[in-house]
Design a binder for this molecule. Structure first.
Ligand SMILES: C[S@@+](CC[C@H](N)C(=O)[O-])C[C@H]1O[C@@H](n2cnc3c(N)ncnc32)[C@H](O)[C@@H]1O
Length: 413
């Protein structure tokens, strides 16, 4: 038997969920005010199924559609739900809580085809991520002031955490609170349990169709060949260019570059992992005409290239187990010094690709940061076929969206 307090809390939760699902905003506002000083955060309560007021406000549109309420059900119901969702978000609701099916409120909206609601949830995610990224910058500044010269300790991984408006940064949930993270096999995004230093110290296993680290995380997979080919095609706009690639991996991108009809005159590759470097040597990459291999982390190599006044017509960035703030550092600090004025650059866009809403949130976050850094981005969509057997032996399926959005960036006019 639940205690009286527990019973009261359960009753409050059910009441809040019901009122949210009915889109009764005035009543909802009153309840949020009334329960403001309880131990639980009324706007983010969850029932035994993990349903929060945001989930309830969105999920109830399905029932109303099925019942044929409000005419066809969808337009007026969705617009009422949008008002409720706005109210909850303005009251500080966390945008990315998971229900027991592993769905955020935005995932529910996407599954039900409620695109206005989905867009509201994406925008909430973008706002939260941007605030968090800014907070991260301030934290780092403070750390530097306090402990000048000390290495950064236990620094939070930007792509993995996010905050809802009004939530203390220390309490923020991970972008998606589950085994998933804002990550992919890439550069921009990283596995929750791998950081760059650990990855670089681990032994790699390279087979015909995949490259795995010691924990069976997929570092690179052959199914990404189409993406690599298109990236090379879009970057190599004329023959005899100078191209820089950061992250060799399975050498898929670099092989397309070398075999290309508009083969570059100069092809630099930056790679930090000793196993990959050994493999490159074994395959004769060290002696290929026009190819220069730089052994080390891009964080050490790129400043040297800038000091030597080396510039490139095209740059590609695809590393592993790095954070979004590493990526942002790359394009805010280095691309400006390395890219020729009329040049183009691209990156493996795998941020948040384990679920549609994270992918959409991070596309917008990146676009905003790229604009702020002075870059225009053009997105090219590539259909990704259904992937199944590909994941055998891989710890976590890091790709779960139907279309890859390939970015091509250039300096703003
Ligand atoms: C996803 S793979 C690149 C795949 C490559 N685009 C291909 O087509 O096969 C990432 C690569 O980045 C390298 N890497 C990771 N962190 C790095 C860093 N900080 N500097 C340079 N290379 C790094 C990894 O060792 C790995 O070889």
């Amino acid at each position: 038997m639940p205690s009286t307090d527990e019973a009261q809390e359960e009753a409050h939760i059910e009441e809040l969920l019901l009122v949210a699902s009915l889109h009764e905003n005035e009543r909802l506002e009153k309840l949020l005010e009334e329960y403001k000083f309880t131990d639980y955060n009324a706007v983010d309560v969850q029932n035994a199924q993990g349903m929060s007021p945001l989930h309830a406000a969105i999920a109830s549109c399905e029932k109303k559609q099925l019942n044929g309420e409000s005419g066809s059900g969808s337009v007026s119901t969705e617009s009422a739900a949008c008002d409720t969702v706005r109210l909850l978000l303005e009251s500080g609701a966390i945008w990315n809580q998971l229900n027991k099916n592993g769905e955020t409120p935005g995932c529910v909206a996407y599954r039900l085809g409620l695109y206005d609601l989905y867009e509201l949830m994406v925008d909430a995610g973008v706002r939260a991520e941007i605030i968090l990224n800014r907070l991260d910058g301030y934290e780092r500044l403070e750390d530097e002031e306090v402990e000048e010269g000390e290495p950064e300790e236990n620094h939070r991984n930007d792509t993995q955490n996010t905050t809802a408006e009004g939530v203390d940064d220390d309490e923020v949930p991970t972008l998606i609170e589950s085994a998933t993270s804002m990550t992919a096999d890439t550069s921009i995004g990283t596995y929750q349990d791998v950081n760059n230093a650990d990855y670089l110290a681990s032994d790699l296993v390279l087979t015909r169709d995949k490259l795995l680290d010691e924990q069976q995380n997929g570092v690179m997979m052959a199914w990404e060949s189409g993406i690599m080919k298109r990236s090379a095609d879009l970057l190599l706009t004329k023959p005899e260019m100078r191209i820089l690639n950061i992250g060799a991996g399975m050498l898929i991108f670099d092989s397309f570059v070398q075999a290309h009809e508009r083969k570059p005159a100069i092809h630099h590759i930056v790679e930090a992992h000793s196993d990959i470097l050994t493999n490159m040597e074994a395959q004769g990459w060290n002696t290929k005409a026009g190819v220069t291999i730089h052994s080390g982390r891009w964080q050490e190599i790129l400043p040297q290239l800038i000091t030597e006044n080396q510039t490139f017509d095209a740059i590609y960035y695809d590393t592993f187990a790095e954070t979004y703030s590493d990526f942002r550092e790359f394009f805010t600090e280095y691309v400006i010094g390395l890219l020729e004025p009329g040049g183009q650059w691209s990156f493996f866009n795998g941020m948040g690709a384990d679920r549609q809403i994270s992918y959409d949130v991070y596309q917008k976050v990146a676009e905003i940061d790229l604009l702020e850094a002075g870059f225009d981005v053009e997105w090219h969509d590539i259909d990704i076929p259904e992937l199944e057997t590909e994941w055998e032996g891989v710890k976590r399926k890091y790709w779960n969206v139907k279309q890859y959005r390939l970015p091509v960036c250039k300096f703003m006019d």
